[in-house]
Design a protein around this ligand. Structure first.
Ligand SMILES: Cc1ncc(COP(=O)(O)O)c(C=O)c1O
Length: 413
């Protein structure tokens, strides 16, 4: 059973003050999770670059910075967000693709590590800017045994360098005077099988050895990307970080240390794993509708959380105050968009729901609010933080109609 860090009394107090719907995050749990990640990989020089796209909220980025994380940015806005959180230099990994020139310019001005997605971008940088002294290349292994449905078979994914391009790219960069080299990949997303992560580490470590043997080039850091999954369903088992880390350590010792390869730093850029389980979308039941099926109408919509509609993703749902009642009623839990896929759950068994009930949608701390949109003129929800002392702080206000109309000139016909 999934539990929330707040009881009925607390949630009613919060809804009274802030209205619904809203996102709320659990600061204590988030901090503990990051500490656990860092201690699991303390056997090596490890750094987590939090994937800003998962939860681009300054208060959260500051918490993660305090805990020792860097930031993985992929756009101008994410770079500026990092800047506003006083994160710069090699604490930023700029992992973008099809990157506009201005974004490279900004990232390089900030001293970020540039993680190149394509070989043609070496010439693009040479022609328009310069080649920084630290460069990372994103590898796409093409046909590879490890992949999952979200990103798809690596050979069909738009990201990264082929193996041949990778070797050629390092050669060109070495000749251009690059001093520090990184190797990056990301081929799975929301993966709950720890063996995938271990196999990706094996592939990367073997590649480091091959690059050294073929090019006499030493890799300074390996970035294993994001993609660790979280247990969205109550019956799913969370990943065992310590076990994954132990296996990766064994591979590191076998292939790198015993192989007399220069030790390198290990980086990750997890998003979902860092914040996903510690965010909740809280919404009120505003209508019930009974036709061929039974519908529960919330004041949140897929504009607040599009994962169920777009990916068919499961998010656990609880009804505040009814957590222990039997789940005997089958409902579609819907929003109010004029789209039939505007549903948080289909045929979900839940306790009897009444208008006015407060619904909690779990595991929305990553790729949740961030993926929100304004279709049907829906306004983005606020974000709240449940702080360690039990107080609640508004960390992003609710969007207003003025915000919505701010980009159009209504008087001009
Ligand atoms: C380049 C890159 N790094 C990291 C992430 C974070 O992935 P996750 O939240 O699944 O860990 C993403 C997600 O799309 C990504 O595209």
């Amino acid at each position: 059973m999934k539990i929330s860090p707040f009881n009925k009394e607390k949630i009613l107090e919060i809804t009274e003050k802030y209205g619904t719907p809203f996102y709320i995050y659990d600061e204590k749990a988030m901090r503990e999770n990051v500490r656990n990640l860092l201690s699991s990989f303390s056997w090596c020089e490890f750094k987590e670059y939090f994937a800003v796209k998962a939860t681009p909220t300054p208060y959260i980025l500051n918490i993660l910075k305090e805990e020792g994380c860097g930031l993985d940015c992929s756009s101008m806005a994410e770079l500026i967000l990092a800047e506003k959180c006083n994160v710069s230099g090699e604490s930023i990994m700029f992992s973008s693709n099809n990157t506009p020139l201005e974004e490279y310019k900004k990232a390089m001005n900030m001293g970020a590590i540039i993680n190149l997605d394509d070989i043609t971008h070496i010439d693009f940088l040479k022609k328009n800017l310069y080649i920084p002294s630290t460069m990372c290349l994103r590898y796409n292994p093409g046909h590879f045994a490890v992949w999952n449905n979200i990103i798809g078979e690596p050979g069909d994914a738009k990201f990264g360098f082929t193996k041949k391009q990778l070797f050629e790219g390092y050669k060109i960069l070495k000749d251009a005077g690059v001093k520090k080299f990184g190797l990056h990949t990301m081929i799975v997303s929301n993966e709950l099988d720890g063996r995938c992560f271990i196999e990706v580490a094996r592939m990367m470590f073997e590649l480091v050895v091959e690059i050294y043997k073929e090019l006499s080039l030493e890799i300074d850091f390996v970035n294993l990307g994001g993609g660790l999954g979280i247990a969205y369903r109550p019956e799913e088992k969370s990943l065992d970080l310590k076990d994954i880390s132990e296996h990766v350590k064994d591979l590191y010792e076998l292939l790198i240390i015993k192989g007399n390869i220069k030790p390198f730093k290990l980086f990750t850029e997890f998003g979902r794993f860092i914040t996903g389980p510690y965010g909740y979308l809280v919404s009120k039941v505003i209508h019930k509708k009974e036709i061929y099926k039974n519908y529960i109408g919330l004041d949140a919509t897929m504009a607040d959380l599009m994962r169920p509609a777009v990916y068919g993703a499961y998010h656990h749902i609880t009804v505040i105050g009814k957590e222990h009642k039997p789940a005997l009623y089958k409902y579609d839990i819907t929003g109010s968009l004029c789209e039939n896929n505007d549903k948080f759950a289909i045929d979900r068994l839940l306790p009897h729901i009444d208008t006015g009930d407060i619904i909690v949608i779990h595991d929305t701390g990553a790729h949740g609010h961030a993926m929100g949109f304004n279709y049907n003129g829906k306004l983005r929800s606020p974000e709240l933080m449940l702080k360690e002392d039990g107080s609640v702080r508004l960390i992003r206000r609710r969007e207003t109609l003025d915000d919505y109309f701010a980009t159009v000139n209504i008087s001009e016909q």
